[in-house]
Design a protein around this ligand. Structure first.
Ligand code: SF4
Ligand code: SF4
Length: 507
């Protein structure tokens, strides 16, 4: 691995901290001064994208979806093959470059703008479905599935959350991002889980409950400006057939058990487009809407989702921390002090980071709760405020990964010509001189921008949540601890991205 040192262009680093804090304070003052209309969070402007018949046909076409999925499956198989049989150099093997440097950041950008369209393309689900139906595109009954109901105890997202923690541990503690073969085994493991679920459980239970990528993207998709929804829920109320839920010859019943008549959030919609195909009343569509509106629908707050939000926030920051010299000196001290190896010291550090973020959040909430004389139930306060932290997690993820993308993303050009690192030159680019895609200064500006956007957005959502929970008179007092916490976190985030950082592949 290589250290990348940030060079702060122009002005000293501490002035960036001052600037970010100032922007946050001014933004918050503006939110307070101009609170906007206190609206029903379920009512907002929408543009029905399927009013254009060409787009309607395109979106509903099974052949288009199958064609796109075949291409993604081709890339997926390429990752498996290059990971297993190519040279085990992460800087020359296509599997590590494509998975961790390119896909990892593009996926989050994709979710930000296009919600769960990744699931529409997903190669894991594609292969599992093809095996289960023994057909590439037609609506067919399941050939192999035992159609068992997903266990009641697991009808939440704790399994996906656990898998996310395992992935983070493997990625950072075990360096999966630098190991092509392990990257391939990980991809195969997820494929095995998807196929196992398809042949044992009914519908797409793995997507609904178990897939870590699906559940993380499900929360990030609350921010996205795309949504699949019923055009008119009154029509659904009068609809006897409920084809969107039960399925018919045109489309499967919703694979994640969503009923369009009351679906309000993106979280569990995997944008498979089945309800668009099955609804005989043409009552389903894809809307373009303002960013982030689902974050205000806090009446549907859930414990498992709030826990995952906090874990995502903790793990995105932890990601940055583990690539800094500070982390290595901390784990060195732990190893020497406790007489343990790096893996144990890493695990202790990871658990400590999770606890630190969780306890810090609870402390902030407890302060609010006591300041407001325990007016609201404690659980409601803790759950409903957690969603406001999602923009911070998403934009910190982007801020962190943009560095990897800028410094190492160019390696995809020679790797495409020589995906296994065997000395091929398929497209004549094997010797392409790889350098940063953009300058370190540009990366720094982007990181500062992402951190500001994430924190200001979270401030706004936090403000709207406080207005909803406590009303105009008390909201300012209620959100004061959260605002202070977010300002502190923004400085910490900036500090982390400003540290010298280890690259995944040698430069
Ligand atoms: S979306 Fe269509 S099929 Fe589903 S309940 Fe509404 S009208 Fe019926
Ligand atoms: S059937 Fe409709 S609501 Fe259900 S996951 Fe697919 S697109 Fe979303």
């Amino acid at each position: 691995m290589t250290h990348m040192m940030h060079m702060m262009p122009g002005i000293p680093t501490h002035l960036y901290y001052v600037a970010v804090v100032t922007v946050m304070i001014i933004s918050f003052a503006l939110f307070v001064k101009f609170p906007g209309r206190s609206k029903d969070p379920t009512s907002y402007r929408k543009l029905d994208l399927l009013r254009w018949s060409w787009l309607d046909h395109l979106v509903k076409s099974r052949m288009v979806q199958t064609g796109l999925r075949l291409f993604l499956v081709f890339l997926f198989l390429l990752i498996i093959l290059t990971g297993l049989f190519g040279v085990q150099d992460p800087g020359r093997n296509l599997s590590t470059i494509l998975t961790w440097t390119i896909w990892w950041i593009l996926l989050v950008l994709f979710i930000l703008f296009a919600a769960k369209l990744w699931c529409y393309l997903c190669p894991w689900d594609a292969i599992a479905t093809w095996i289960d139906k023994l057909h590439l595109w037609k609506v067919k009954p399941s050939v192999f599935s035992l159609q068992i109901k997903w266990p009641r105890q697991l009808r939440n997202i704790y399994l996906a959350t656990f898998l996310f923690l395992v992935l983070t541990w493997l990625e950072l503690g075990w360096g999966v991002t630098t190991k092509p073969a392990i990257t391939a085994y990980l991809a195969l493991l997820i494929l095995f889980l998807a196929i196992f679920s398809a042949v044992v459980f009914d519908r797409k239970s793995f997507c609904r409950y178990g897939c870590l990528i699906g559940r993380i993207s499900g929360l990030y998709a609350l921010i996205s400006p795309l949504e699949v929804r019923a055009r008119d829920t009154e029509v659904c109320a009068l609809c006897k057939s409920k084809d969107c839920f039960k399925g018919n010859a045109q489309g499967y019943g919703c694979p994640t058990y969503q009923y369009l008549g009351n679906m309000e959030k993106n979280t569990y919609c995997i944008m498979c487009m089945e309800c668009l195909r099955s609804c005989a009343r043409e009552n389903t569509t894809i809307n373009l809407r303002p960013f982030g509106v689902d974050l205000l629908k806090i009446h549907q707050a859930r414990t498992d989702e709030a826990a995952l939000v906090l874990i995502m926030l903790a793990m995105t920051s932890f990601h940055g921390l583990t690539m800094t010299p500070l982390w290595f000196s901390l784990t060195d001290r732990l190893q020497q002090g406790l007489g343990v190896g790096y893996t144990t010291a890493f695990t202790i550090g990871m658990v400590a980071s999770l606890l630190a973020v969780g306890l810090f959040y609870l402390l902030v909430m407890a302060t609010t709760w006591i300041m407001l004389h325990k007016e609201l139930p404690w659980r409601e306060l803790v759950l409903k405020n957690a969603y406001a932290l999602l923009p911070i997690a998403l934009f910190y993820h982007l801020a962190h990964n943009v560095m990897h993308f800028a410094m190492e993303g160019g390696k995809i050009i020679p790797a495409l010509s020589d995906p296994f690192g065997w000395g091929w030159n398929l497209f004549g680019t094997a010797q392409y001189p790889v350098g940063p895609l953009f300058s370190i200064q540009a990366v720094w500006y982007l990181q500062v921008l992402f951190i500001i956007i994430g924190h200001v957005w979270s401030l706004y959502i936090g403000h709207r949540v406080a207005l909803h929970l406590y009303g105009h008179h008390k909201s300012l007092k209620a959100e004061f601890p959260m605002v202070l916490a977010m300002i502190t976190y923004s400085v910490l985030s900036l500090y982390l991205v400003a540290q010298p950082m280890e690259m995944r592949t040698s430069m």
